[in-house]
Design a protein around this ligand. Structure first.
Ligand code: 6GP
Length: 829
């Protein structure tokens, strides 16, 4: 017996307990405590009582175990955990945590005795807080880490969804969605602030009131919901600064429900109250298309209203003149999801604080900055005016007024160019009259950011050209980044140790620019050897995971080739799958002798499809169908394997990214705003195979085009290629692969028909056909490099060495200095 693993459910109940042998095979499932005691006694060679008593007293489950995991950790990690304890203890006066500290000592004692691996516990105990969809949300998490670490006085706001992003399970190769009720057993890291609550109002009417002889509009709302704050402290690294991520949960308001009282309809009044709680229930799982659903709009306003009340309350505690607001408060719109705050803050200043409209507008325009995170047209939010008017009647009026003032000003500047006026209007006329949230955000913000240089150019030249011509000075770009604290220190401890050893310092953890120092050692064979060993170790970890998840045994000598991200047509997972089919086809038709020269590959694909996105779901199914064929072909053996990793999320990424040799970023040029996955792979010494899209263009500047495999049409060629349509040249290999799928070589031919149609000549919007030739060439170049391990290792080192610029510390510093104009502010105690 090598390990004992305990899985908890609830406070005292042990859901599962099993012990494993040294190969990680489960020996026996044990259900009751007595047997556990005996098994533990055997496992640790003692009487087992100490351990079992801890197991029983793990009253707050995750906390103790997870905390023990942290406290057990090395220097900085331990300090961070301790800082977190004292902070939480400070927050909670009647400190339930002191009890846990006692337990903690038990656990530490037990750990020392039992050789338990607390990383196992961690994995079992604490799932991801999957409160976002994809790149946008994960980028925000990296930003919070950097804000705290760089001592900026920032707050993050969001919603405390009870159901995070769905769990993906795969049945017969099809994606199914399962609810992620992540709060089932509580969230040990959050602090419920029962005294920080605000009322959020909806519906109702707008009435005219007389104020000092003047007519004013005032909103008489029809429904009230309570927003309760849940604080999630974010400790910085190597600093005492800890910032707060405040998430709002909806609770029924304690408002006396007069109507229910009058009608005596007690039961119905409770049912109605419960309905209000549902606002923060569930995260919408589509990261791109916004279907104008009332609940989504309610969520947005709920979030905006509570956050603004909180911000204004804090401002008013120390100031009494709103002229000072822009000096004290900078509000950043992370995409358009919080853009209703523009109308809300105008409503607060004009209706509640009774400021003159123009004065309020001037203040508001100095506060907001805006970053847009997409180029995909469906990603630009529009809210139907009838929906908005019924839910937030006063806000709709305010939006109309902002728009009519803007239109007047615009006419003065550009004349009566009605086409342009209508393109720039906040209000979109048409079958469904709507509010364009991006236009609103641009008009009100002092800065409009893209997330990479290329993205910003696209915004200026295409998406928001009219606005750029009007206000060129507003448009900037701040290239995204990721935090090395999570993506190296936490997820790749072996690399972390290696970097510190060869750089001679841990300072790179706070200053990623120091990673360039690796360039000095690239010719040192000892260093390269250690580098290879670290990769090998991470590949072992990944291989174990793959085997557990999919039953496929993979060879560590193969190239681990990974594409993990949300499934989207523009991200072109289909190009990857077609490439794999082509590789398989070539292998099958190859002379046995030639096969010895082939680089073995393990192709790994992972990602979730939005539940209503049929084509994306078909891509997942095709991946499984192809995998089934290839992995069961004994003739091919280890030369090619394809695995789909289910339920791709942050925890999975932490395992997959360090173990990858090659990673693919295949978006059609001009479609990926930035991309941040590529940066995580880069930091972990993984080579990129990519199109010149988003931030890849800047990655090339940093590491040189010799150190990655570039392919595909450039952004300036894409429009022309699309125009060619049916006359476009497509390589024969592409036609052949497409035919194989169409003909049912992988089964389910009827099911895959509509998927195949999307890439047929003349219909191939994302240009898979025309990029296929150069994609295969890039793949061949990767194979060629891989057979020269020293060359490959050098490329890998130089990738990591150039990744410093893609730290979110750099991103945040740029935002702070250029956009928000704020200084670091060290924690005084
Ligand atoms: C993503 C972009 O697709 C990705 O390219 C970028 O790196 C990331 O944002 C962070 O900026 N966008 C989203 O996830 C999204 O939901 C509306 O956009």
């Amino acid at each position: 017996i090598d390990r004992a693993i305990v899985e908890f459910e609830g406070d005292f109940f042990i859901k599962r307990f099993f012990v494993t042998d040294s190969h990680g095979n489960k020996i026996e499932d044990l259900e009751n405590l007595e047997r556990i005691k005996r098994a533990l006694a055997e496992a640790i060679g003692g009487d087992g009582d100490g351990t079992v008593s801890v197991v029983k007293s793990t009253a707050n489950r995750g906390i103790v175990v997870r905390r023990a995991g942290l406290v057990e950790g090395f220097g900085e990690r331990k300090a961070k955990a301790e800082r977190m304890f004292s902070l939480m203890d400070g927050f909670l006066k009647n400190d339930p945590f002191s009890l846990q500290k006692d337990i903690l000592h038990h656990v530490e004692y037990t750990v020392a005795r039992s050789r338990f691996n607390f990383d196992d516990y961690e994995a079992y105990q604490e799932g991801d807080a999957a409160l976002g969809n994809g790149g946008l949300a994960r980028f925000s998490a990296c930003q919070m880490d950097s804000l705290a670490t760089l001592d900026y006085p920032a707050w993050g706001y969001g919603l405390r969804y009870e159901y995070g992003l769905f769990r993906q399970i795969i049945v017969d190769g099809f994606q199914h969605e399962q609810p992620d009720y992540w709060l089932n057993f509580g969230n040990p890291w959050e602090i419920e602030r029962i005294h920080v609550t605000y009322e959020v109002k909806f519906y109702g009417t707008v009435e005219d009131v007389d104020r000092n002889g003047e007519k004013h509009e005032v909103w008489i709302p029809g429904e009230t919901v309570e927003a309760v704050a849940y604080d999630n402290p974010i400790p910085g690294y190597g600093t005492r600064n800890t910032i707060n991520l405040r998430l709002w949960a909806a609770k029924p308001s304690n408002h006396f429900d007069l109507e229910a009282y009058n009608t005596g309809d007690y039961i119905n009044s409770i049912v109605n109250r419960q309905r209000t709680e549902s606002i923060s229930n569930v995260l919408y799982p589509d990261d791109r298309s916004h279907q104008g659903k009332e609940m989504r709009l309610k969520q947005q306003y709920f979030f905006v209203s509570a956050s603004l009340q909180d911000i204004i309350r804090r401002f008013k505690e120390a100031h009494n003149n709103f002229d000072e607001l822009p000096e004290k408060v900078a509000l950043h719109l992370n995409d358009t999801h919080p853009s209703l705050s523009i109308a809300e803050i105008m409503r607060i200043l004009v209706d509640e604080e009774q400021l003159d409209w123009n004065k309020a507008w001037n203040i508001v325009c100095k506060i907001f900055s805006f970053t847009t995170h997409t180029v995909v047209a469906e990603g630009l939010e529009k809210i139907p005016t009838d929906l908005l008017g019924s839910l937030l009647p006063r806000h709709l009026q305010i939006l109309y007024k902002i728009n009519s003032n803007f239109m007047e000003e615009l006419k003065k500047r550009i004349g009566l160019d009605y086409n342009r006026l209508s393109r720039m209007s906040i209000v979109e006329e048409g079958a469904v009259k709507s509010i364009r949230m991006a236009n609103l955000s641009i008009i009100c913000s002092h800065t409009v950011n893209g997330v990479s240089k290329l993205h910003s150019d696209t915004l200026k030249m295409r998406t928001f050209k009219d606005f750029y011509e009007l206000w060129p000075e507003k448009f900037q770009y701040t290239t995204n980044g990721v935090t090395q604290r999570r993506w190296i220190v936490v997820s790749n401890p072996s690399l972390c140790a290696l970097l510190s050893k060869w750089l001679g310092t841990e300072a790179w953890i706070r200053n990623a620019d120091l990673l360039t120092g690796l360039r000095d050692h690239v010719d040192n064979t000892g260093f390269r050897h250690e580098w290879k060993m670290v990769k090998r170790l991470n590949k072992m970890r990944l291989a174990e995971y793959i085997e557990t998840m999919s039953g496929v045994k993979v060879s560590l000598d193969a190239m681990f080739d990974v594409q993990v991200k949300r499934i989207h047509e523009y991200k072109r997972q289909l190009l990857n799958i077609f490439g794999i089919i082509h590789r398989y086809d070539c292998l099958k038709n190859m002379d046995k002798n030639d096969r010895t020269k082939v680089v073995p590959r393990v192709c790994i694909i992972g990602g979730k499809a939005a539940p209503g996105y049929e084509i994306a779901k078909k891509i997942i199914k095709l991946c499984h169908a192809v995998a089934e064929k290839i992995n069961n072909d004994a003739d091919i053996g280890d030369l090619l394997k394809l695995v789909f990793i289910p339920d791709y999320n942050v925890s999975v990424a932490e395992m997959v990214i360090p173990g990858a040799d090659l990673s693919q970023h295949l978006s059609t040029a001009g479609h990926e705003a930035s991309g941040t996955g590529s940066m995580k792979f880069l930091m972990n010494g993984c080579l990129l195979l990519a199109t010149a899209d988003g931030s890849t263009v800047e990655i090339i500047e940093e590491i040189g085009s010799d150190n990655l495999f570039l392919f595909g049409a450039k952004v300036q060629e894409v429009a022309e290629l699309r125009e060619k349509g049916g006359a476009l040249k497509v390589p024969l290999q592409f036609a052949r692969v497409l035919r194989m799928v169409r003909d049912g070589y992988f089964g389910d031919k009827d099911y895959f028909k509509s998927l195949c149609d999307t890439v047929e000549v003349g219909n191939d919007f994302y240009l898979l056909g025309s990029d296929f030739g150069s994609y295969l060439e890039a793949q061949a170049a990767a194979d060629k490099a891989f057979v020269e391990p020293e060359k490959w290792t050098k490329m890998s080192i130089l990738s990591a060495a150039g990744s410093g610029r893609f730290s979110s510390d750099r991103t945040i510093r740029e935002y702070a200095e250029r956009t928000w104009k704020i200084d670091p502010c060290q924690c005084p105690f």
